[in-house]
Ligand binder design. Structure first.
Ligand code: ADP
Length: 158
């Protein structure tokens, strides 16, 4: 049976930190589905379609699929028969939230477990919010995101 995993996130926009997690997880799992989440606590800069388009254009592995969802992650996971959720961990500050989320998801969806990938140290400080902020103030974001994402961000923000 194919080993498949679900990598949910806002990806607003996708960064080199996300891409690193995607590459590493796609080497372990037969299929990885990126699910773009409409987080009601966050006001996204890019629409679903824009985020999806960017992800499609910057990913080159062929065992990755892209989808989007709203509502409960475990409902999506169970509906599509995912038993594994992938999340990334950066600093200790991520831990509290991710721990809470993983335990809540397991409580809500008994067959769903979360696997964490530790960030690559060179991306440990990198988040979509930081990239947007640096871009907004004219800083160089070329080492944080692929060139296409940089182009879209500059068009959107500046
Ligand atoms: P969310 O709004 O669900 O946190 P994000 O797009 O910000 O969505 O992040 C999706 C996942 O990717 C989260 O588990 C986050 O911790 C992880 N992630 C984001 N940036 C990095 C990075 N630089 N290194 C490792 N993991 C990361």
């Amino acid at each position: 049976m194919k080993k498949k995993a679900l990598y949910p996130g806002s990806f607003d926009p996708i960064t080199n930190g996300h891409l690193d997690i995607i590459k590493r997880s796609s080497e372990i799992f037969d299929e990885v589905t990126l699910a773009i989440f409409d987080n009601p606590d966050k006001q996204p800069l890019f629409s679903f379609d824009e985020r999806k388009e960017l992800i499609m254009k910057v990913i080159d592995a062929d065992n990755i699929t892209i989808d989007s969802f709203n509502g409960l992650l475990v409902d999506y996971a169970e509906k599509h028969s995912f038993q594994t959720i992938i999340r990334g961990l950066r600093a200790v500050s991520d831990f509290d939230y991710e721990f809470q989320l993983a335990l809540t998801n397991r409580r809500l969806g008994k067959h769903v477990d979360t696997i964490f990938f530790m960030t690559d140290e060179k991306y440990s400080y990198l988040s979509s919010s930081i990239v947007k902020q640096v871009c907004r103030f004219g800083g160089d974001i070329s080492s944080f995101v692929p060139p296409l994402v940089e182009k879209y961000l500059k068009e959107k923000i500046t």
